[in-house]
Every structure is written in C-alpha cells, then in structure tokens.
Ligand binder design. Structure first.
Ligand SMILES: [Zn+2]
Length: 63
C-alpha cells in the first residue's frame, strides 16, 4: 500500500500495484532474465505447434 516503483522507461514513481506506468504506459513488473523470456517464447512455440498439429489432423481427415 502506498508503495512506488520507478518506471523503467521514464523513471517516474508509479504506484507499484499498477501494471502499467501512469505516465508513459510502460509495462511494469516485466519478467526479468532470459529464463522468463524463454518461457514466454516457448509458450508461443507451443501454441504454434498445437495449431500445426490441429491443421495436420484436419488435413488427414480430409485426405
Ligand atoms: Zn513511465
């Protein structure tokens, strides 16, 4: 309560319960480190793979 986080973009103090900076809209509490980034991109790849699998299954049904 009443805690402020410095925005990584504009360095203005933004209430830490905010998801975005109230000044510039920068996303706060970003995942830090490559591990989180990898997990996010892995999610994207997984979604793409599932979409491909569904498409392949659909094609197999038609052919
Ligand atoms: Zn900002």
């Amino acid at each position: 309560m009443g805690e402020y986080t410095d925005c990584p973009n504009c360095h203005e103090p933004t209430p830490s319960e905010n998801l975005n900076c109230i000044y510039c809209g920068e996303v706060l509490n970003k995942p830090v480190g490559t591990l989180s980034g990898l997990r996010y991109s892995f999610k994207g790849w997984l979604a793409a793979l599932i979409a491909l699998a569904v498409l392949a299954g659909f094609l197999a049904l038609i052919l």
